[in-house]
Design a protein around this ligand. Structure first.
Ligand code: DX5
Ligand code: ZN
Length: 220
């Protein structure tokens, strides 16, 4: 069954505790945490203290997406701040194989994210080592952007690659996900859908998560 991971980037930060409690009660599977450094991406979101605060209240796995340069410097700190899944960017790691090893040694699931311009073929050699690939379906940095349609092609190719070398790989789609493209993404091979603005800009975020799960169940 496909998973839904609401991104807290679009939550109301003034009411973070109640937003997390809403997600605890909802059908969300994971909480997606977008960490941005203003260098790897042209925006700054939040860092460790906020992640620690989220950890205090969250009852679901924290899926931490590090959009930062040299992420290896902060892996342990984010693991201690509650990360279950730690995802680093292919484009931000000079020694990705070592970084993936460090994530696994910390007891976290290891994810690698790629930007829209990065070919899935570049993941061929790391694929057997990792638990998750996050395909960015927008240019990372901001919530609320339009979904890039080329993602379907990348997703299908990556699913084929994973069928050969890593049958347990989870493929996550991040950016511009909504109720219209969600079933198509699952059909093309996605396992985890991140949804930020679609969930939090809705009148009833919890019901919106339930609606997403319902359309995915029909497919998955
Ligand atoms: C973008 C982030 C996404 C973002 C998704 O850099 O990685 O997780 O929050 O937001 P939406 O769903 O609004 O595109
Ligand atoms: Zn993200």
């Amino acid at each position: 069954m496909p998973l839904v991971a609401p991104s807290l980037l679009s939550a109301d930060f003034g009411n973070l505790k109640s937003q997390i409690e809403m997600l605890n009660r909802s059908l969300a599977d994971w909480l997606h945490i977008d960490v941005m450094d203003g260098v790897f991406v042209p925006n700054i979101s939040f860092g460790l203290p906020v992640c620690q605060a989220i950890q205090r209240y969250a009852q679901k796995p924290l899926d931490v997406h590090l959009m930062i340069i040299q992420p290896e410097r902060y892996l342990e700190a984010f693991q201690k701040a509650g990360a279950s899944i730690l995802t680093v960017h292919y484009e931000a790691c000079n020694h990705l194989h070592r970084t993936v090893g460090q994530i696994k040694e910390l007891g976290c699931r290891a994810g690698v994210a790629i930007n829209p311009h990065t070919s899935v073929h570049l993941l061929e050699d790391i694929l057997p080592e990792i638990d998750l690939v996050c395909l960015m379906s927008v240019n990372p940095g901001f919530g609320g952007q339009n979904f890039i349609e080329n993602t379907y092609k990348k997703l299908k190719k990556l699913r084929q690659m994973a069928n050969q070398t890593n049958k347990h790989l989870l493929i996550e789609i991040d950016g511009g996900v909504n109720i219209h493209n969600a079933p198509l993404l699952v059909e093309a091979g996605a396992d985890v859908l991140v949804a930020g603005s679609f969930v939090f800009n809705a009148a009833d975020p919890s019901q919106t998560i339930a609606d997403l799960k319902a359309v995915l169940c029909q497919k998955g």
